[in-house]
Design a binder for this molecule. Structure first.
Ligand code: TMP
Length: 238
């Protein structure tokens, strides 16, 4: 594993690049400082974000692994690069919500910050041209995006990730409002892939409800870099 060579780039997303390696079972992901919102309409840079998102995701993946959740994480290679299992991403945004915010609040007319009676699970189809439309289990199976067994694994994994992360963040004075994860297929199994970072989660300070995530960028709230640094510092000091 030590002598895995970084080969050609196979994908560039809004926040990361993915490279092939000399081992067909492994990719290298490289985290960028680029930030977008509203399906790329708003563009910007969050200085140092790539380093924080890389390191924070890797910490989270290792905590989740310790709690029995399989992830794509293999090894951190540098500040911005990580060796991961070469999964095929299931084209779904898998979203868990504990507290109403964002598109949920808008869609259902619920005030942001309302505690939900149970964690909710929803899916969006990853398709930029269609603007990542909300999709239900029946649609997912009808379109062949995932089969029933995979959907069960994905749903169970999402709720398990929520339980582990909710506890972890509560211990460092953070409310885990909601988050988005992605699943990948690897050797016939569903495993956790992509990233877990302030780009993909809503984190509110437990005392003040201060937003410590990408909503500061999406909503022009200022203090974006500082929010990423603060959440990362709390994690490192935990
Ligand atoms: P939403 O309230 O805008 O639907 O977002 C729910 C969660 O998903 C929130 O934690 C932010 C995250 N998210 C992404 O990671 N990528 C996206 O493209 C969007 C729209 C949301």
């Amino acid at each position: 594993m030590q002598d895995v060579q970084k080969l050609e780039q196979i994908y560039e997303g809004k926040a990361k690049k993915v490279f092939k390696t000399s081992n067909p079972d492994l990719y290298i992901v490289e985290y960028k400082d680029d930030a977008t919102a509203f399906n790329g309409i708003k563009k910007g840079t969050i200085s140092g974000k790539g380093v924080i998102n890389n390191k924070m995701s890797n910490i989270m993946f290792q905590i989740l692994e310790k709690n029995g959740i399989k992830t794509h994480f293999v090894k951190e290679l540098s500040d911005r690069e990580t060796l991961v299992k070469a999964v095929k991403i299931v084209p779904l945004e898998i979203i868990i919500r504990n507290i109403a915010a964002g598109s949920f609040s808008k869609r259902y007319g619920v005030e942001e910050g309302t505690l939900l009676k149970n964690p909710t699970l929803e899916f969006s189809l990853k398709n930029d041209e269609l603007n990542d439309p909300l999709i239900n289990n029946s649609h997912i199976m009808a379109l062949g995006v995932a089969d029933e067994n995979e959907l069960k694994q994905i749903s169970d994994m999402a709720y398990s990730v929520n339980e582990v992360m909710k506890k972890f963040f509560a211990n460092i004075g953070i409310k885990l409002v909601d988050f988005k994860i992605e699943a990948g297929r690897f050797n016939g199994e569903i495993i956790l892939a992509d990233e877990i970072s302030p780009d993909t989660c809503r984190f509110w300070d437990a005392e003040t409800n201060k937003k410590l995530d990408k909503d500061r960028f999406r909503r022009d709230l200022g203090g974006v870099e500082e929010a990423y640094q603060e959440i990362f510092a709390r994690i490192q000091n935990s």
